[in-house]
Design a protein around this ligand. Structure first.
Ligand SMILES: *Cc1c(COP(=O)(O)O)cnc(C)c1O
Length: 454
């Protein structure tokens, strides 16, 4: 453990304790006791800063409170967890979390007509417009996760018993969104290369129409699926959807926020993204964007009237439950947004890094890539049955030997104990980190006498 990382947290926490003094004070200023406590804490802070500088000292308790430990893996390790890379906060987002952590902090300047996406201070209204533009759609709302975007769209377009077409690699939340709307999921089968094609989608539409006498209500396809992160033909599929007059939902959980996405160019009726997966935001966050054509349906406003009070709630949107992301969740998303927009312009380099790493990874004899290759995404499914799993067979720690070796080199996020097929993600790693990662896999191979080529 790096003492300076620990001390950085200690200093941050101490600053929060200092902040608490102000929160407990009156506008008249600090009392004598408060001033004393302030000085005391400042002295403590100086000591910590000293320790950060010299690298000498002992770490304080690693608990924040109760069972809650410090989380230092993003500072101390290289984290290759398949779902965590794109959701790591930017420094701006972390600052927003500090400043806007209080419950309904977004609501300070909420004015008539009282809806989250209409607030102008901070610039939530503008953010919504920029968000829609960012994904090439007309209108956008922030939602608590991509799943809530699916839920809103499915419930707006599907009636009880309707069919929703998804991919045979679809995420479970797409199933659940359909289920909640009392719709039925039908899967488009995979090609031998684990791809969803437009032809297969058209066939499935025909099949469903034949069997149910009705066209599917929605086609919901992942641009990059969560299992292989293969790139599926969303353009072709959107065309097919249009030919049949079926709305198309583009699932950008592994694209919106990490690479350029233009919903209109794709031909999507709905674009869904995940804030905590790919937009450097606090969970649960995400985006649901749509066209002006579909907006009145998916963003319909309440019509309910109280029978006694005759109360009505005007422009509150039903599928959004009025307001969605409040406080630090939304502010983290907004604070990261400039950096997120910028980073999507460097997707090519992200792919270069991934492909470089995987080239090196495959030098260890028996290690292969199960995803399409070269990669078009930074999430990859790999197979080490022929390499590291052969070691696990006779090792007393079994598959955990591999996690131990990685952890010993400061690498975390692989599925602990898994040595056959598993997933990793390199999104946002620097070239230095990528090279370090590659060298580590090769070094583990060499240590266990697995042949290494090149
Ligand atoms: C992660 C993921 C989701 C769920 O995203 P949330 O924002 O956590 O709801 C949906 N679809 C795919 C393809 C995913 O990878």
């Amino acid at each position: 453990m790096d003492l300076r990382v620990h001390k950085t947290f200690e200093a941050l926490f101490l600053l929060e304790d200092i902040r608490e003094i102000f929160r407990q004070s009156t506008p008249k200023g600090l009392t004598k006791a408060e001033k004393e406590r302030f000085s005391q804490l400042i002295t403590g802070l100086k000591k910590i800063i000293d320790e950060m500088e010299t690298g000498k000292g002992t770490p304080a308790s690693s608990k924040i409170v109760g069972s809650i430990d410090l989380r230092t893996r993003e500072e101390e390790c290289i984290n290759i967890h398949p779902i965590q890379r794109g959701g790591r906060l930017t420094p701006e987002a972390r600052k927003a979390v500090i400043a806007y952590g209080d419950g309904y902090s977004t609501c300070d300047f909420c004015r008539k007509p009282f809806r989250l996406d209409k607030i102008t201070r901070p610039g939530i209204l503008d953010f919504h417009e920029e968000l829609a533009q960012f994904v090439g759609m007309d209108q956008a709302r922030v939602v608590p996760g991509a799943r809530r975007g699916f839920q809103a769209a499915v419930s707006a377009v599907a009636e009880k018993g309707d069919t929703v077409i998804v991919s045979a690699l679809a995420h479970y939340t797409e199933f659940l969104a359909a289920e909640q709307a009392d719709a039925i999921v039908k899967e488009v089968p995979l090609s031998p290369r684990n791809l969803i094609t437009s032809d297969a989608t058209a066939q499935k539409i025909e099949e469903v129409s034949r069997e149910t006498g009705k066209l599917p209500a929605l086609i919901m396809i992942d641009h990059f699926d969560y299992q292989y992160a293969n790139e599926h033909d969303v353009l072709g599929i959107a065309k097919v959807a249009k030919q049949y007059g079926i709305p198309f939902l583009y699932n950008g959980a592994y694209s919106v926020g990490i690479r350029p996405v233009n919903g209109k160019e794709i031909g999507a009726d709905f674009v869904v993204g995940s804030g905590h997966k790919s937009m450097a935001s606090v969970a649960p966050s995400g985006v649901l964007a749509t066209t002006n054509e579909w907006a009145p349906k998916v963003f319909r406003t309440t019509r309910m009237v109280g029978d006694i009070t005759k109360r009505k709630f005007g422009i509150k949107e039903v599928e959004m439950m009025g307001c969605t992301l409040m406080g630090a969740t939304l502010l983290s998303m907004m604070a990261s947004f400039p950096a997120v927009k910028e980073r999507t312009q460097h997707w090519d380099e992200e792919l270069q890094k991934t492909n470089y790493f995987l080239d090196q990874f495959q030098r260890v004899h028996g290690s292969t890539v199960l995803s399409e290759y070269p990669r078009k995404n930074t999430l990859t499914k790999v197979d080490t049955t022929g390499s590291f799993d052969t070691v696990a067979k006779t090792h007393k720690r079994r598959g955990f030997f591999f996690s131990d070796e990685l952890a010993g080199r400061g690498i975390v996020g692989e599925f602990a104990g898994a040595t056959r097929t598993w997933k990793l993600n390199t999104y946002g790693l620097t070239w230095d980190q990528i090279r370090y990662l590659a060298e580590s896999f090769v070094a583990i191979g060499e240590k266990y006498n697995i042949p290494v080529t090149g």
